[in-house]
Ligand binder design. Sequence first.
Ligand code: ACO
Length: 326
Amino acid sequence: LKPVGIIGTGKYVPEKILTNSDLEKMVETSDEWIVSRTGIRERHIAAPEQATSDLAYEAAVRALESAGMTAEELDLIIIATITPDMAFPSTACILQDKLGAKGAAAFDLSAACSGFVYGLATATSFIQAGMYRNALVIGADCLSRITDYTDRNTCVLFGDGAGAVVLGEVPEGRGFKSFDLGAEGAGGPLLRLEAGGSRLPASAQTIENKLHYIYMNGREVFKFAVRVMGTATDVVLGKAGLDKSDIDVFIPHQANIRIIQSAMQRLDLPEDKVMINVDKYANTSAASIPLALVEAAEEGRMKAGDRVLMVGFGGGLTWGASVLVW
Ligand code: ACO
């Protein structure tokens, strides 16, 4: 199989910042509770006129520029999101038009916080199969649009943003070495947005019952997250023929600092090998891993040949992990 890797990166977060002290004025919570339970200090929130495709567009333009490519050269666009602009057309099609990527196939992918890694695996397989030469893979979400800001159990946890990468052929020895994607559909009810689909179309009643917002059983999702961060890591390292001591940079899904710390302990990783930005952006769902990856790249934390481990988990329930040689 030809080596496929990342040839361009870009990210975007909206300007507006919502701090823990802002939230103290909205619900009964405290900066101390939020920081000690989650590690989150602030999050970015989309402006009223911004939708997911607008965040994705900003990240995409930067990723194309960093790859030295024009939109016309793109073969495929995948957007991982659970907050599409609308049910259809897909956010990827809306973006295709905004970018002027006339030659690109475009579709959305729904795997919640694991969506970006699902997207990387999908695009890599397309390129390795010879169907496309390159792909723009974006994780983008506007969770603020599906968050109930009167519910302290969830409203402190989420933020908005987008991270984008361009995939293409890379020199031998580099690129993606392994993937592990998985799902436990039986756990779906633990983390869901019930209404607005074909099961429960929007109605006055679904609005009154707040069924257009995220529902989460935090404790159960926490347990799932700690478990699959461990098992998925073992699988991708094994498939890549690597040991935990071979990891140079660890990019975990940024949901909760305690979940990240438990993964670090299990992997015996010092803090300087772990990308953490949950304090600035909170949980941005599909955007979380690409925001961390792109920020790590921009900060010069990765040098050519470094082995990068990415692991995500989220609604579905799903997980996705990958080993990449930078
Ligand atoms: N401020 C103050 N108190 C709060 C807040 C808040 N913002 N939120 C909840 N509490 C209270 C609750 O009411 C509850 O009180 P009670 O015990 O009197 O009922 C108590 O704090 C809850 O405490 P714990 O259950 O011990 O909280 P925990 O340590 O589990 O932390 C948290 C909660 C942060 C939600 C954690 O469970 C978590 O991070 N879970 C994982 C979430 C996650 O990773 N989701 C990722 C997927 S998201 C996606 O896919 C879109």
